[in-house]
Write a protein that binds this ligand. Structure first.
Ligand SMILES: [Zn+2]
Ligand SMILES: [Zn+2]
Ligand SMILES: [Zn+2]
Length: 149
């Protein structure tokens, strides 16, 4: 069960859990194993990707909030600075960063356009291969016919 002597967050981690009745403040999850304590100012273990020292954290009780892992993830995800893509600054095709990044440096629009083109291209090479094989086959057939006659 809960270690009430836990010194984490200056001992306020346990206090926050107790204050919040060991329940996620957002969804009410009360399975202790699924709970964590969140820093409301967003400066928990990290700040802008850099690790924070304990004394740099605001561990006051009013900056702490009990959340379950699921809600905690959602919350941090929505707080993350919006980056179009970690690799590309904008769409390599149309140069926008207004349309969501889809993959390979392409925005959603360009990606589906590219996907369609890729499909057409694939179909073309498939057909070309088919006709090439067929041509070879007909040629062979002709050679056999000629040999027979
Ligand atoms: Zn929750
Ligand atoms: Zn947090
Ligand atoms: Zn684009």
């Amino acid at each position: 069960m809960v270690n009430l002597k836990c010194k984490k967050y200056k001992g306020n981690r346990v206090k926050a859990l107790q204050r919040d009745n060991f329940e996620c403040k957002l969804c009410g999850e009360n399975n202790y194993k699924k709970l964590c304590v969140h820093h409301i100012d967003g400066n928990g273990k990290k700040k802008n990707g850099k690790a924070l020292k304990v004394k740099e954290q605001n561990n006051n009780l009013d900056n702490l909030m009990t959340l379950c892992f699921r809600c905690h993830n959602v919350l941090h995800f929505s707080q993350r600075p919006k980056v179009w893509s970690y690799k590309y600054r904008e769409c390599i095709k149309c140069g926008t960063d207004k349309v969501m990044h889809r993959g390979k440096g392409l925005c959603q629009k360009c990606y589906s356009k590219q996907h369609r083109l890729d499909n057409i291209e694939r179909e073309r090479t498939r057909q070309a291969k088919y006709y090439k094989e067929r041509g070879k086959y007909l040629l062979k057939l002709n050679i056999i016919k000629k040999a027979r006659s």
